[in-house]
Design a protein around this ligand. Structure first.
Ligand code: ATP
Length: 320
């Protein structure tokens, strides 16, 4: 169903113009539930509640293979919960999702990773106390799960560890982190940590990588280089879905943007169309979120005036 309750015909195949690349979605209609030319991940009727709150209530969304899709929305919109459901870190109350026609609903995170879909996590304190290389090796075992428990499969494990170390060093050198392999992860800069988070996820050779706020805490001077790495992964054929609050980054690299509010997808489309979408502006205003949509010139002056008025009311309330 789209937002107006109209059944969307998904049996229609969309012809990609010859001269378009796989990730150009500029010719796809910016409407909720729209079919993509080549969906790698299709989500249907997924819900997850916590107590009385429906954190996720997604009717239908397709993610285009080989594209960079941003998942945005105000605080509490359900983005993280949605990521966790899709990657097996939480269980949905209902719904299905298929990745390359394989049913992925409510499988374990290790199973999901083995089948080619991984999400990144911000480095925890515990991981900061391990070396960069340890982090990489752990990512391989974590995500591959019990198959490689070392005590059970010692000879196999040793071979595996050697292969994993080689692969880890290869990935680290891609991100220019190879010289840091023996350093504690906690000693890395904000930008290098983000690269390590991405590098960890690549250990299992995923087809879809889901990045959790890849720009958070990154020095603005390094943002460009980080975006370049993400684009390079896309250019090699990987599908990228990322949650991000930094709208400048979203505008810069996303071919498609999916907007969530109160658990639902309220809009989707190319970044430029999203910035003008009334449902999106309302979602952010409704959440009273201090938002920078990345380019003030794209915001309707009336909406800006509304924002300013709300801000003034907040200030007046604080002064009372
Ligand atoms: N484990 C949990 N227990 C109870 N409520 C939860 C839990 N996880 C999420 N929620 C609630 O579900 C809703 C969606 O939260 P979620 O963290 O997914 O939003 P988000 O869009 O990722 O927000 P943010 O941008 O702030 O990270 C919120 O109301 C949140 O309080």
């Amino acid at each position: 169903m789209d937002t107006e309750g109209v059944e969307v015909d998904r049996t229609l195949s969309i012809e990609i113009p010859d001269d378009e690349t796989a990730h150009d979605l500029s010719f796809v209609k910016p409407e909720v539930g729209v079919a993509k030319p080549d969906s790698i991940l299709t989500v249907r009727d997924v819900t997850r509640s916590f107590g009385g709150i429906k954190a996720v209530d997604v009717d239908y969304v397709e993610f285009q293979r080989g594209a960079i899709t941003a998942l945005i929305g105000p605080n509490g919109a359900g983005k993280t919960t949605f990521f966790n459901l899709l990657t097996g870190f939480d269980k949905a109350d209902s719904g299905t999702w298929t990745f390359e026609n394989t049913d992925m609903a409510n499988k374990s995170a290790a199973w999901v990773a083995r089948h080619g879909m991984v999400r990144t996590f911000q480095l925890t304190k515990a991981l900061s106390r391990l070396t960069v290389l340890d982090n990489m090796l752990l990512a391989a075992t974590d995500q591959l799960g019990e198959r490689f428990v070392p005590s059970l499969l010692k000879p196999l494990w040793r071979g595996q560890e050697k292969a994993n170390t080689e692969r880890a060093m290869e990935i680290l050198s891609r991100f220019k982190l190879d010289a840091k392999a023996a350093d504690f992860a906690g000693s890395l800069s904000g930008g290098q940590r983000k690269l390590l988070e991405m590098a960890r996820a690549l250990m299992t050779n995923p087809k879809i990588i889901m990045l959790d706020e890849p720009m958070a805490g990154v020095n603005p001077a390094l943002v460009q280089s980080l975006l370049g790495h993400i684009e390079a992964l896309r250019d090699e054929g990987m599908t990228i879905i990322f949650v991000e609050h930094d709208m400048h980054a979203v505008r810069h690299i996303s071919e498609w943007v999916v907007v969530m509010a109160e658990g639902r997808v309220v809009a989707e489309g190319p970044a430029a169309s999203i910035m003008e979408n009334q449902a999106v502006v309302d979602a952010y205003l409704g959440a009273r979120h201090d938002v920078d949509l990345g380019d003030d010139s794209l915001i309707d002056p009336a909406q800006l005036a509304k924002l300013v008025a709300i801000r003034q009311q907040d200030l007046a309330a604080q002064e009372q």
